[in-house]
Every structure is written in structure tokens, then in C-alpha cells.
Design a protein around this ligand. Structure first.
Ligand code: FAD
Length: 507
């Protein structure tokens, strides 16, 4: 392969990088997508354990119209999706969370008859704010949306007079204390109830394969090179000139689109003397979202009672008080698990039938977790201290025991089990602090708006991926895809570098 034969290099074959590569290839650019891992699709892919396939990341996506529009435009065929639904099982109630807003309002009026006025006012605000977020170009809507970013969802619900249970349901779409801004919360209700969370009927891996085919089929044709980690981005006189691979090879191109983690790109891959100090400071200070602890279980479906999933493939519950296993408790919890932890169960093989062999099923059990919970076990990248495996298996068994309350027979039915921690997402998916959902969603530290970081201070270098937006207003998968398209368009227009960061580093 000639070292200077490329119009553009794309670093990373996540959805962001694949959409960027496919967009350029469709326009006749000669493009190569360089992927560190041995597989493409980044976190939006599955991995095999025996006869079962487990998801690395997304269990679905929001903003289906955006995903379809981009994918169909690039792949030239229809993308069928199916809507998935969520059941909240908490506070002694079952609530069909992903019902259309008007229906959900009725369900909640019945469940909380004394708080009807709070429910009515809350959903009226959700409709107004989510409408304003969709029309940010209008002055009135912009002001409303800006205020919503500056208002804590918890304070807002307290002011409305919501009792604790209702506050937690309305404020987190689950059973946690509210933590985001009103803007983000309104967007999430709109996505969950009105637009819906969807899953591609062709499967997650096929979603990525379609994009790879487009990269390859462009004229003159592009390439995907897996097992090729980029360790440096080369810059001369403020312009990108190529990349350096871990194996020592150098590829040259005057356009580079980077789908890697934003912190790692600025702080590790770019030459420090080429990046303005303000940018380095701003990127280093980006507050990241938390991570997850995820357990995937391959089951013999005939031995487990999966009837909890008869109406919804997702169930959300609160871990609850620890207690005597003989009374249905799961024994004393150890950090990061706590009674208030929210747990999501997903019967993944319902949406992705090929994930399990005939007679089998795949269950995913997930709870929020932070980098600090596991950091101690990682003395350096890719290494673990002794005890890590034991610790994660203890946690995995606790979550499995908690899930057994809803799925009798789960333990006996288990054929294969895999557990992922924030360290997994840091080392295998390249994510700083194992963050799973971009910038922090926590009201106290989140960015009060929706900016993009596609342009960089380096000429010809553009960023893509879910972190390229300061808020996850559209959801992870659509944000990654949208950013890939926008980065490719910026590259084709030759958008100039952005000398100052579009956001301030906290002082
Ligand atoms: C556990 C988990 C659960 C999630 N659940 C959801 C969900 O339910 N819904 C949702 O919408 N989103 C979810 N997300 C977010 C999801 O990952 C994104 O939505 C989307 O798939 C991210 O795509 P991306 O292109 O931004 O990045 P990634 O998927 O992270 O892809 C980046 C790619 O770049 C590669 N790379 C990184 N550095 C280098 C380098 N130096 N050289 C070469 N290659 C490199 C990586 O190996 C990777 O393949 C989840 C993420 C995780 C981790």
C-alpha cells in the first residue's frame, strides 16, 4: 500500500468512523479506516462466548429516524427497526415506562392519584422543553431550552411538590434520584416515549457491515484495516499530514477524521506543541459520564422462567435492601452495588434472535458504575492486579442473584457468563475512565448546551463519535452517526481549524 495514496484516513471503526468513511467513499474519496481492535463496529457490535453472542455496548438506539436516514442514505437499502419497551418494577409497582407520553400520564395518575397535578405540570413542561430543543433557532425556544439546561431536574420536581417515589420515577426514568438537567430529562422522555428506543431487525453487527460495504464499494474503493492502532497524529505547520501506527508504519493524508476517545486524541495522540494550551486544558477538563458494570448470561431457556419479559424485553428495578438470602435477599452488598442501585435486565436474544443457539437465550444485566470503583485494580493500561477477576465475579453473582428474583431458575439455566467493568471499556473500547455515554449527564458538572467538537485546532483534522457533542440529546448511537456524517461533510468543505475551544475549561 503506497504511503501517500489516501485522500483521507479515519481513525476508529466505531459507528462514527464508519459513517465518516462511508460518506467520503460515496463521494469518491479514497479512504482507509484504521481500527485498533480485531473487529469493527466499536462498541456497537457483539462478541462470541461459546454458542452465544453478547453485546459490547448498545442494547438499542433512540432517534430512529436519524439512524435510518443516515444508514439508508449510505447503504442504499431499507433499515427495518423494531421498537423495544421498558417495564419499571419498583416501589411495589409495575409501570410500562415507554408508553406514549399521554398514556404514561394516565398510568401515573392511577398509580399516584394524590399527585395528579404534579404529573400534569411535569409532562406539560417535558412537552414544552423537548419542543424547544427541536427548534433552537427560534429565539423564544432557545431561551426556554437554555433555562432548562440551567435547571436541576431534582430541584424542579421538588418545587412541583413530587413525593420521593414519583420524583425518582419522573426524574430518572427509573428508580434513581434525579441527577440531570431539566433539558436532558425532557429530551430523554421524548426519546423514550414518543420516538421510542429501537433495535435493528438485521442485528447490530449487520448495521456496521452495511457501512463497511459502502466504504469498500466506493469508487475508487476504500479499505478497512483492523488490528491497526494509531499511536500518533502527525502535524506540520498546524495542518494534519498523516498518522503513525503502533507497528511503526506511517500513512500520509491531508485529511484525518478521528473516532477515538477525545481525551486520548488531544492528550496522547497529537503532538503537544501543535495544540493550543487552551484546547489541551479544555479537553482535559471535560467531565465524563459514568460507566457500567455489565453481566451477560447465556441461558438454557427451558430451565429459566422468562415470563417477566412477556410484554417488554427490558425490566428496570432497584437493587433494594440487602438481606437474608433465605428471605429472597441477596446477602450483604459490596460497593459499587448499593440498595439504591438501579439495575436493567434485557432479554437481548428477544431483539437479536441469532445471539443464542436454538433453545437458548441471552440475558444482559447492567448497573451504573464508576471508574473509581475499579481503578485500584488497574496499575497500568491493559494490566490487572490479582483479585480483579474474583471481585468482578462476586459482583456478577450478586447481580445474577438479584435478577433471579424476577427470573426463577436463572442460576440453573446459566451456560455461559461474561462480566465487563469500566476497566473493560477503558482497555478494550479505548474509553477514558470507561465512560459509556459521552459527557457527564450530572447537572452539577454537565455542559449547559449542545455544541459540537467536530472541528479541531489542527487544519484537516476532524473529530467524530458520540463524544463529539456536549450533550446526548439524541442518544449515543444517533449522535455517533450524525457526527460521522458532519465530520465527513466538514472535511469535504475543507472547514478551517477552530483556534479556540467552543467551551470553557472550568476555572
Ligand atoms: C456498555 C455500553 C453501553 C452502551 N449502551 C448504549 C445504548 O444502549 N444506546 C446507545 O445509543 N448508545 C449506547 N452506548 C454508547 C455507544 O457506544 C455509542 O452510542 C456508539 O456506538 C459509539 O460509537 P462511537 O463511534 O462514538 O465510538 P466507539 O463505539 O467507542 O468506537 C470507537 C472505535 O475507535 C477505535 N479506536 C480507538 N482508539 C483508536 C486508535 N488509537 N487507533 C485505531 N482505532 C481506535 C476503537 O477500538 C473503537 O472501535 C453504550 C456504550 C457502552 C460502552
Amino acid at each position: 500500500m503506497s504511503a501517500s495514496s489516501w485522500d483521507a484516513l479515519v481513525i476508529g471503526a466505531g459507528l462514527g468512523g464508519l459513517v465518516a468513511g462511508a460518506t467520503l467513499a460515496r463521494q469518491g474519496w479514497k479512504v482507509v479506516v484504521l481500527e485498533a481492535a480485531g473487529h469493527s463496529g466499536g462498541t456497537a457490535s457483539t462478541f462470541r462466548r461459546g454458542d452465544y453472542r453478547f453485546p459490547r455496548g448498545p442494547l438499542g438506539f433512540s432517534s430512529p429516524a436519524t439512524v435510518k436516514e443516515i444508514w439508508e442514505g449510505l447503504c442504499g437499502m431499507p433499515l427495518e427497526t423494531q421498537r423495544v419497551s421498558y417495564l419499571l418494577n419498583a416501589f411495589g409497582r409495575e409501570i410500562a415506562l415507554s408508553s406514549p407520553l399521554s398514556q404514561l400520564e394516565e398510568i401515573l395518575h392511577e398509580a399516584f392519584p394524590g399527585e395528579s397535578e404534579v404529573i400534569r405540570e411535569f409532562f406539560s413542561s417535558v412537552r414544552t422543553v423537548s419542543g424547544a430543543l427541536r427548534e433552537p433557532q427560534q429565539n423564544e425556544a432557545r431561551t426556554l431550552a437554555e433555562n432548562a439546561f440551567l435547571t436541576s431536574a431534582r430541584d424542579f420536581l421538588k418545587r412541583l411538590g413530587a413525593g420521593e417515589q414519583l420524583r425518582r420515577i419522573l426524574g430518572s426514568q427509573g428508580c434513581r434520584e434525579p441527577y440531570s438537567s431539566v433539558a436532558l430529562l425532557a429530551a430523554m422522555w421524548d426519546l423514550l416515549c414518543e420516538q421510542g428506543i429501537h433495535y435493528p431487525t438485521c442485528g447490530l453487527d449487520r448495521l456496521c457491515e452495511g457501512l463497511i460495504e459502502t466504504v469498500r464499494s466506493g469508487s475508487p474503493g476504500g479499505h478497512l484495516m483492523t488490528n491497526n492502532r494509531v499511536i500518533g497524529i502527525s502535524v506540520e505547520g498546524g495542518r494534519v499530514v498523516g498518522v503513525e501506527l503502533e507497528n511503526g508504519d506511517r500513512l500520509r493524508a491531508s485529511t484525518v477524521i478521528c473516532n477515538a476517545d477525545i481525551r486520548r486524541t488531544y492528550l496522547e495522540m497529537l503532538p503537544k506543541n501543535e495544540v493550543p494550551a487552551l484546547w489541551l486544558q479544555a479537553v482535559a477538563s471535560i467531565p465524563l459520564s459514568s460507566s457500567v458494570f455489565q453481566v451477560a448470561v447465556g441461558l438454557n431457556a427451558s430451565l429459566a422462567d422468562l415470563s417477566i419479559f412477556r410484554h417488554s424485553s427490558r425490566v428496570i428495578f432497584c437493587l433494594g435492601e440487602w438481606g437474608d438470602p433465605a428471605d429472597g435477599g441477596i446477602g450483604p452488598l459490596i460497593a459499587p452495588l448499593k440498595p439504591s442501585s438501579e439495575v436493567e435486565l434485557c432479554l437481548f436474544s428477544r431483539d437479536e434472535p441469532n445471539a443464542a443457539p436454538p433453545g437458548g437465550a441471552v440475558l444482559v444485566i447492567r448497573t451504573s458504575s464508576t471508574w473509581k470503583d475499579f481503578q485500584w485494580y488497574r496499575p497500568e493500561p491493559q494490566r490487572r492486579k490479582p483479585g480483579y477477576l474474583r471481585f468482578k465475579m462476586i459482583l456478577a453473582r450478586m447481580l445474577r442473584a438479584a435478577a433471579s428474583r424476577f427470573i426463577p431458575g436463572l442460576e440453573e439455566a446459566e451456560v455461559s457468563l461474561d462480566a465487563s467493568t469500566p476497566l473493560t471499556f477503558a482497555d478494550l473500547a479505548g474509553r477514558s475512565e470507561g465512560a459509556v455515554a459521552g459527557w457527564s449527564w450530572d447537572f452539577r458538572e454537565s455542559h449547559p448546551g449542545w455544541l459540537d467538537l467536530i472541528r479541531t485546532p489542527i487544519g484537516g483534522l476532524y473529530m467524530c463519535g458520540h463524544q463529539a457533542y456536549t450533550s446526548m440529546l439524541k442518544g449515543g448511537v444517533p449522535s455517533a452517526m450524525l457526527s460521522g456524517r458532519e465530520a465527513a461533510r466538514a472535511a469535504m468543505r475543507g472547514d478551517p481549524p477552530l483556534l479556540d475551544p467552543p467551551f470553557d475549561a472550568p476555572t
